[in-house]
Design a protein around this ligand. Structure first.
Ligand code: CAA
Ligand code: NAI
Length: 245
């Protein structure tokens, strides 16, 4: 068990990559806190508990600092101090630059970037007190190369790379590792909204010839969270089957 005795917070753990991560982390021995706006997260927590694991669901909007602070207190009371934070919650509001509604620009900033800031700020404070911990952020192949129709989203995912590098320097000195995963196109509810024509094109451009599966990304989170990655800090791990956009 690679995460025995650890406590992990997984944002966006109700669906897709986050759900798979919660299940895998629980199997590896972690107590898992799922922070999500979707009540479905309660069922993921129930499933883990039924299978002998330890889990807690809190209904949290990561873009609201007060909700994040309250949820952290609950985790500390019920599961203990947080060892691992997976900043996985994210949304898309796609559209061409000239047609993009300012509200769609702002909403994606609030969740994908401010959400990562809010969660990391409070959890890092507690990790600093113990001089240990791991923070893993969710970037994207789109944050590395850009993508047609994703002005807002690509800006947030590139921003996540910037703050990952910065925090790996600020917090690394105090024993806290900070890394990011940059997935390619993964089969989850997020990509179900993408027109088939475009998804097929993405598959064709991927040397491995398929979309990623949620466990492909969850296993990358697991590696970075485990002691096997004890010397990995400030890395942006591309898990994309070789896709170049
Ligand atoms: N590459 C090349 N051409 C593209 C394209 C792309 N990624 N996206 C759209 N186009 C093309 C369309 O094929 C279409 O071409 P034709 O006129 O020749 O048919 C043209 O641009 C106009 O497209 P739409 O008719 O779809 O225009 P729209 O205004 O109705 O919608 C859009 C625009 C919302 C951007 C829509 O095209 C779309 O959803 N594109 C997909 C965007 C995308 O890839 N999102 C990824 C979401 S998943 C994710 O983000 C996870 C991750 O990290 C990878
Ligand atoms: P998903 O849509 O299946 O899951 C996202 C989860 O985040 C949902 O449960 C949703 O309720 C939650 N969420 C949304 N807004 C929230 C908020 N304000 N507060 C708390 N929770 C919130 O998406 P998926 O694919 O599992 O994505 C997970 C992460 O991976 C996202 O950050 C996404 O940007 C990133 N990613 C996904 C890729 C893909 O192709 N699916 C590729 C690259 C990155």
């Amino acid at each position: 068990m690679r995460l025995q005795g650890k406590v992990a917070v997984i944002t966006g753990g109700a669906s897709g990559i986050g759900r798979e991560t919660a299940l895998i982390f629980a199997r590896e021995g972690a107590g898992v806190a799922i922070w999500d706006m979707d009540q479905e997260g309660a069922e993921v927590a129930e499933h883990i508990e039924k299978n002998g694991g330890q889990a807690l669901f809190s209904r949290v909007d990561v873009s609201k600092a007060s909700e994040v602070e309250k949820a952290l207190k609950e985790v500390e009371e019920k599961l203990g101090k947080v060892d691992i934070l997976i900043n996985n919650a994210g949304i898309t509001r796609d559209g061409f630059l000239t047609k993009m509604d300012p509200e769609d620009w702002q909403k994606v900033m609030d969740v994908n970037l401010t959400g990562v800031f809010n969660c990391s700020k409070v959890v890092a404070q507690s990790m600093l007190e113990r001089e240990q911990g791991v923070i893993i952020n969710s970037s994207s192949v789109v944050g590395v190369y850009g993508n047609v129709g994703q002005t807002n989203y690509s800006a947030t995912k590139a921003g996540v790379i910037g703050l990952t590098h910065t925090w790996s320097k600020e917090l690394g000195k105090k024993g806290i590792r900070v890394n990011a995963v940059a997935p390619g196109f993964v089969a989850t509810p997020m990509t179900e909204k993408v027109p088939d024509k475009i998804l097929d094109k993405m598959k064709d451009k991927t040397p491995l010839g398929r979309l990623g599966q949620p466990e492909d990304i969850a296993n990358a989170y697991l590696y970075l969270a485990s002691d096997e990655a004890a010397f990995v800090n400030g890395a942006i791990l591309q898990v994309d089957g070789g896709l170049v956009l």
